[in-house]
Design a protein around this ligand. Structure first.
Ligand code: GLN
Length: 537
């Protein structure tokens, strides 16, 4: 039977619960255990799909088409296990399921309440779709003390009672700040946070203390005493130089050892930290560098393009090159400043996006990349913008645009009418925005003798999608005549998936999001090739 590890956070948000869960998952997996990592988000959106990246960072997409929290990206990248729809739930989805059931009369006249109905549904989520896993690591979003988190904390408290203390473990992650004025490390916020958790009936078994510097034994003892946790279960996590160091750092702090000890388990094999050591070494020591510009709308928010930033760094790891990311806000990018702003970059990337703001800046940057033969990668919206740029400046369709952005344009890009999913036809819509895009894995057939085929070295690929608009297929011939190559198509030949240019060393647009499948231990070929090309430029 699976053992369940619950990870909560206290004091402040953004402590790195996701990264801690992912690192622990790696350490356990590497010692021969089957692991699953999932996340419960307390907000009322049914999924993060309709949220702006400014609110919540990137929306991560799974193979099976779930729009999820970006922490699932961390889990995948560290464990190399693909996440599923069943690995992320929000309070919004729980309430929406319950209200649907209530309207059907399924509660047989009962009053529907947070306890037991909401908590039961949360417990159902925790256990669902678990087969032979040894460990299920379940992260609770938010911070202890938030009103929204309460039903989740109550549910995990009950869960531990239901299946037994020896099958559940609570990890609480807190901040241990350093006060410059008194030159002291302060444990009080941790004490208060654990007190809050205990007041709702949860006694943490392990406390992970995030700190800027190592926590002296005296303070550890204090945390142990006040938080009622054995001293060896007070684990410190000092800021790492690169996230790839996190599994090594948690191993050195014996997090996995304490977890196994708690469950009275022995490792099935020796942990392998070599890949992380190798990667850390490359990231920290490589002298060769390449500058890549990411031109988008959400560049001021660090997590808005999380998987993309990661995938580019992975591409660098594969080529032994340090990738410097230059984030440029497309809104402020005027065509007359482009040469100046982009003169030091060797690769230009336009990421996914929605809405009109900043599109002209993106189009101007694409024109520059095309004319100057700078390696260019357009992802989803980025590919759509590249098609519009080509239509305007090469096909001379002055009013070329996308119906997503401008009702009066010549719609080179328009709403997808329908697509095929597992033999079923799905109708496109832009009326309801939640969960109605073409989402998840779809196949693309690659053209012979194309750059893309040379990169993937296969005839067909499966990549993750998240879009609602596509190239107007009637214009395909016109584009082809003018040197745009459709080097990847959906198997029914209806949806262009990849474009490239005849007279350009490396110009690729993809309708999917390759960044979601790139992992540090197996970098994505498209990003490796892009960085390689940028290095040659
Ligand atoms: N807004 C575009 C569409 O819906 C692109 C989406 C994206 O980049 N993920 O098709």
């Amino acid at each position: 039977m699976a053992r369940y590890i619950f990870v909560t956070g206290g004091v402040v948000s953004s402590l790195g619960k996701g990264l801690s869960s992912a690192s622990l998952a790696y350490l356990l997996k590497s010692q021969g255990f089957k692991v699953r990592v999932r996340k419960m988000d307390p907000y009322l959106n049914v999924d993060p799909g309709t949220m702006s990246p400014f609110q919540h960072g990137e929306v991560f997409v799974t193979d099976d088409g779930a729009e999820t929290d970006l922490d699932l990206g961390h889990y995948e990248r560290f464990t190399n296990i693909s996440a599923k729809q069943s690995d992320n739930i929000t309070a919004g989805r729980i309430y929406s399921d319950i209200i649907k059931k209530e309207r059907k009369g399924n509660y047989l006249g009962k009053t529907v309440q947070v306890i037991p109905h909401v908590t039961d549904r949360i417990k159902e989520f925790i256990k669902c779709d678990i087969k032979k896993e040894d460990f299920v690591i379940c992260e609770v979003g938010g911070t202890v003390g938030d009103i929204e988190s309460l039903p989740f904390l109550e549910a995990i408290r009950q869960f531990s009672n239901d299946i037994g203390k020896n099958k559940t473990l609570f990890i609480h992650l807190t901040l241990v700040p350093f006060m410059k004025s008194s030159d002291e490390i302060k444990t009080k916020p941790t004490q208060h946070s654990v007190k809050e958790l205990r007041s709702i009936g949860i006694q943490p078994d392990i406390v992970i203390c995030r700190s800027q510097q190592s926590i002296p034994i005296e303070q550890r003892k204090k945390i142990s005493l006040f938080c009622n946790v054995p001293i060896e279960n007070v684990i410190e996590t000092v800021d790492v130089r690169t996230i790839y160091e996190a599994p090594i750092s948690f191993y050195n702090e014996k997090l996995d050892k304490q977890v196994l000890k708690y469950f009275k388990l022995k490792p099935k094999k020796k942990v392998n930290l070599l890949p992380w050591k190798k990667i850390t070494n490359i990231v920290l020591r490589t002298k060769k560098e390449v500058n890549i510009a990411i031109i988008g709308k959400y560049v001021n928010l660090k997590d808005a393009y999380k998987s993309l930033d990661e995938a580019l760094i992975h591409g660098g790891i594969n080529n032994n090159i340090k990738v410097n990311l230059l984030r440029l806000e497309s809104d402020n990018l005027k065509s007359n400043e482009i040469t100046n702003k982009l003169k030091k970059v060797s690769g230009i990337l336009i990421p996914g996006g929605f809405g009109k703001r900043g599109t002209e800046g993106k189009i101007a940057a694409i024109k520059y990349a095309r004319n100057k033969k700078i390696p260019f990668l357009g992802i989803c919206f980025g590919m759509q913008m590249a098609i519009i740029e080509y239509a305007r400046n090469v096909l001379k369709i002055q009013k070329a645009g996308s119906s997503e952005l401008d009702k009066n344009c010549f719609p080179v890009i328009g709403l997808i009418h329908e697509w095929n999913k597992d033999g079923k036809l799905i109708k496109g819509t832009n009326k309801d925005l939640g969960g109605t895009m073409r989402l998840g894995l779809y196949e693309a057939k690659l053209k012979h003798n194309s750059l893309i085929k040379n990169i993937y070295k296969t005839n067909s690929i499966n990549e993750r999608h998240r879009h609602r608009y596509e190239l107007n297929n009637n214009l395909k011939d016109q584009f082809e005549k003018k040197g745009l190559i459709f080097s990847g198509m959906s198997p029914d030949n209806k949806l262009p998936e990849i474009i490239e240019l005849k007279n350009h060393p490396w110009f690729i647009g993809v309708q999917f999001h390759p960044e979601f499948k790139s992992r540090p231990l197996s970098p994505h070929p498209l990003f490796s090739s892009f960085i390689k090309a940028a290095n040659f430029y």
